[in-house]
Design a protein around this ligand. Structure first.
Ligand code: NAD
Length: 452
């Protein structure tokens, strides 16, 4: 990665923080040092190169020289850099219980948690071995810290690295992970950890549900979307040529470990994608938090880690409550599909050029407009929904896809019940209802409304 190309000081600082989150204060100083180096004209090319290499190695010893380099720079630059870094930490930890049937589990949210993963897992498993499944992007950024912490807790860790992206959420990739795990002779008691976004989480959960007829599964989500949604609730699976998520299993994790500092390396588009799910949760369940998100969405976009930690905890609590009430999606869990009936079809017809979150954002706008057309939701509420989605820098219009194709794809959606497409529609902010009687013209008009 070239820090000088296309990356502002925020991003560089974020990468440095991700390199050493175990000690937030040190990480913060290191980030400041990096920022200073990269904003100062006094730093030589050689120093830049050394810094980049050191961060690449995640070498603990780099902290001192980096900060030392930083401290020799003018106070004016320090002040500028401090403003630019603007990342504050506290030592707060949140824990949310997911009370599903006979297998309840905890979701722990704490800055720096990745470096404690081994100790946390040791408390849950006496196994000598464990397996980590991650993708090739996350592996470069965060894998080494997890492996080190597992080693420190006396786990012998086997790693399977899959190629990044939704197009690899397939049975072929599952098969390659089976190969790695079975060749390493994992046992029924070997915990399998998903370290990554929703793709890694969904695929690894399916592997864990099926390999050796089921092994313990741990989620370590690294995208906002996976933290607030995909990692909680036990839905796992892969895509099929016919559609998304059509092959899968319910497999609850034994623990979900969330380190919000990893969000600082997330590309902005992926961060926004996760915000779509946060907005969704508030529309379906929490009008008060929706109002607070309207005021604070910029803190999330600015990667304020304290704010993101709170946001994740709030959203995990909503998801946990819904999942506990309906673990197998027989009823109210379907509320989580708000925006998804339209959204999945948009995602699929766009051939995934819209991300999951972007598709859901458009889907939520379409569903809200459909609710208005049915006389369920007032205009003021729709406008607030659209304004918040826009404030999160997500799309609300400009759709160029073929409307007929989107409608046809929706009919294939697995949420089709007895030939009718089921929609989750808001009747006020904070509350939704399920409807399978939405007239075809209302559906079409709602999609057409996304073009303008
Ligand atoms: P993703 O897993 O593809 O991750 C997005 C990108 O971000 C990838 O390129 C990944 O390598 C990269 N990345 C991940 N963490 C990073 C980090 N910390 N820093 C830098 N880059 C990082 O996508 P996603 O949005 O996390 O998840 C989408 C998937 O989740 C979809 O397949 C969707 O179906 C699924 N999903 C599942 C559920 C569920 O309940 N199981 C719910 C919602 C979504």
């Amino acid at each position: 990665m070239d820090f000088n190309q296309g990356h502002g000081v925020h991003r560089v600082a974020a990468i440095a923080i991700a390199a050493r989150p175990a000690n937030p204060m040190l990480a913060s100083e290191m980030a400041l040092g990096v920022t200073l180096c990269l904003t100062s004209q006094r730093v030589t090319r050689a120093a830049h190169a050394e810094l980049r290499a050191a961060i690449g190695r995640r070498a603990p010893a780099v902290t001192a020289p980096v900060v030392a380099t930083g401290s020799s720079i003018a106070v004016r630059t320090v002040t500028r850099a401090r403003k630019a870094v603007k990342l504050r930490y506290n030592a707060s930890m949140a824990s949310v219980s997911v009370n599903v049937l006979s297998s309840p589990y905890e979701v722990t949210i704490e800055a720096g948690l990745l470096a404690r993963a081994g100790a946390m897992l040791r408390a849950l498993s006496a196994s000598k071995r464990c397996a980590i499944v991650t993708d090739d992007v996350v592996a470069k950024l965060h894998l080494s810290r997890v492996v080190e912490s597992l080693k420190a807790a006396e786990f012998d860790a086997v790693t399977a690295i899959i190629p990044t992206g939704e197009k690899n959420k397939t049975l072929a990739t599952v098969s390659s992970v089976y190969d790695t795990l079975l060749n390493a002779k994992i046992e029924r008691s070997t915990p399998v950890i998903a370290l990554g976004g929703g793709v890694v989480g969904d695929l690894t959960g399916f592997v864990a549900a099926t390999v050796l007829r089921g092994v313990p599964f741990v989620q370590m989500p690294t995208t906002l979307l996976a933290m607030v949604d995909a990692s909680v609730g036990g839905k796992t699976g892969v895509d099929h040529a016919v559609g998304k998520n059509l092959i899968g299993a319910f497999q609850q994790p034994i623990a979900v470990l969330i380190d919000p500092t990893v969000l600082t390396t997330l590309p902005p588009r992926e961060l926004r994608s996760g915000l779509a799910e946060c907005i969704k949760h508030d529309i379906i369940r929490d009008a008060d938090h929706f109002a607070s998100l309207e005021k604070s969405i910029n803190r999330a976009l600015a990667l304020d880690v304290n704010y993101l930690a709170d946001l994740v905890a709030h959203n995990v609590a909503i998801k946990a409550k819904v999942v506990a009430a309906d673990p197998f999606e027989k009823g109210e869990r379907a509320h989580l599909n708000f925006g998804h009936t339209f959204g999945h079809a948009i995602e699929s017809v766009s051939n995934f050029s819209y991300s999951h979150g972007e598709s859901i954002a458009l889907g939520m706008v379409a569903a809200s407009r459909a609710a208005t057309k049915l006389g369920m939701l007032d205009d003021a509420a729709v406008n607030r929904i659209i304004t918040l989605i826009r404030a999160a820098q997500l799309p609300t219009n400009g759709l160029k896809l073929d409307v007929d194709q989107i409608v046809e794809t929706m009919i294939f959606d697995k949420k089709v019940k007895s030939g009718k497409v089921r929609f989750v529609l808001p009747d006020r902010i904070g509350h939704v209802v399920m409807r399978d009687d939405v007239p075809a013209n209302v559906v079409r008009e709602a999609i057409e409304g996304l073009r303008g």
